[in-house]
Design a protein around this ligand. Sequence first.
Ligand code: SF4
Length: 63
Amino acid sequence: MKIHVIRDLCTGHARCNEAAPEIFKLDEDGYCVIGELQIEVAQQSKAIAGASACPERAIVIED
Ligand code: SF4
């Protein structure tokens, strides 16, 4: 599974990071900086939780 964050949609709520801080790294202003990331099977549920927590729908999950 792969995820990517659409930077233009990210408004720095940091809710993704609250759900899964080990995946969704933030810059000093609270914006998600991961760009595109391959997710290991063991972390997929965390990645989905983080994506679901984003109110801007800025996190896209790809199989
Ligand atoms: S929850 Fe969404 S808007 Fe907030 S930092 Fe994460 S990706 Fe950006």
